[in-house]
Design a protein around this ligand. Structure first.
Ligand code: UFG
Length: 343
């Protein structure tokens, strides 16, 4: 059976997508350099689905390694998650980000061409709407004006994919523009596990709740939003993963490139998330208001209509689901670290 290649498939969104694809009867092969993930995620995908995806520990920038995966497997489509993703680090080390994120995509597209693999789904981001976008973001809105190199790599890769498809009419692509994925699989076996101090809100919250960090800093309470804190479109990672399956099914039937938002269309403030987390898990999270974080926007969320019209997909899970599942995963992490003697 033809296989679906997930680059970065051991990561947060990739692993949840692997589960949804396997549950839908797809054969999955994962390529990951494990730079920001652990290969034990393969065991846990197997525990959830009963099927073990093949893993290539590969650096896709290396053309030979990339070719090997295509030589050894009949790949009918690629879902491309692999890439560095820390906004702050990308500002400090732009060349590292451009080299890694762009080179791996170029190798991948070249291997796809030489092996007549015509379908690609790309892990893009709402960050491509830049800093001047009009809320809610609609796909036809102008892109660019990104505030950091990470965002520009997403913008550039969208362009590279679009041009490749334009030149090769037998190809199809979907650039999925994610909003703010949080939550974890309801089994509690896979989730987000950032190394070092988390940049993003939910991993920070769960680490405070489990005692790893002292308190949450809420970056700014003087924004022009209902309670003064930043507003985002949080989407459950399992809903997001299902969006990839829907996009794949769409791309298998159509040619050309589409850019599609994956969000809920609803904005929640930082305080909304903290309150929902406390209520869902019967906790009382310590927080302080801190100054605004550089580069943050006050408020943005998706117009999710196109995803529904084209893919028949919409987000189903609630903020309470996201908070409960994130916490269940953090508890699993803590217990497994205790079992490993604190490793
Ligand atoms: N926040 C805090 N305290 C924290 C962390 C975050 O108050 O410790 C606030 C932020 O100021 C913001 C909100 O929580 O208002 C969400 O912040 P995140 O860092 O979780 O997410 P961002 O919206 O900043 O960034 C996300 C992705 C990026 C992507 C960007 C734009 O992490 O990859 O959306 O789409 F580029």
């Amino acid at each position: 059976m033809a296989k679906i290649l997930l680059t970065g498939g051991c990561g947060y969104i990739g692993s949840h997508t692997a589960v949804e694809l396997i549950n839908a009867g797809r054969d999955v092969v994962i390529a990951d350099d494990l730079s920001n993930s652990d290969k034990s995620v393969i065991d846990r995908i197997e525990m959830i689905t009963g099927k073990r995806p093949d893993l290539y520990v590969s650096d896709l920038k290396d053309k030979k390694e990339c070719e090997k995966i295509f030589d050894e497997n009949d790949i009918s489509a690629v879902i491309h998650f692999a890439g560095y993703k820390a906004v702050g680090e990308s500002v400090l080390s732009p060349l590292k980000y451009y080299r890694n994120n762009l080179d791996s995509t170029l190798s991948l597209l070249e291997s796809m061409r030489s092996h007549l693999c015509n379908t690609i789904i790309f892990s893009s981001s709402a960050t491509v709407y830049g800093t001047d976008g009009v809320v809610p973001y609609t796909e036809s809105a102008e892109t660019g004006g990104c505030s950091n190199p990470y965002g520009w790599t997403k913008f550039m890769i969208e362009r590279i994919i679009c041009d490749t498809v334009l030149a090769n009419p037998d190809m199809s692509a979907v650039n999925l523009r994610y909003f703010n994925p949080i939550g974890a699989h309801e089994s509690g076996l896979i989730g987000e596990n950032p190394s070092g101090i988390p940049n993003n809100l939910m991993p920070y919250i769960t680490q405070v709740a489990s005692g790893i960090r002292d308190h949450l800093n809420i970056y700014g309470n003087d924004y022009d939003t209902p309670d003064g804190t930043g507003v985002r479109d949080y989407i459950h990672v399992v809903d997001l993963a299902k969006g990839h399956l829907a996009a794949l099914e769409y791309a298998e039937k159509h040619k050309g490139t589409e850019c599609i938002n994956l969000g809920t269309g609803v904005g929640y403030s930082v305080l909304d998330v903290v309150n929902a987390f406390n209520e869902a898990n019967h906790l009382d999270l310590p927080y302080v208001f801190a100054k605004r974080r550089e580069g943050d926007l006050a408020s943005y969320y998706a117009n999710p209509k196109k995803a529904y019209e084209l893919l028949g997909w919409k987000a189903e899970k609630t903020l309470v689901d996201m908070c409960k599942d994130s916490w269940r995963w953090q508890v699993y992490l803590k217990n497994s670290e205790n079992k490993d003697g604190g490793k």
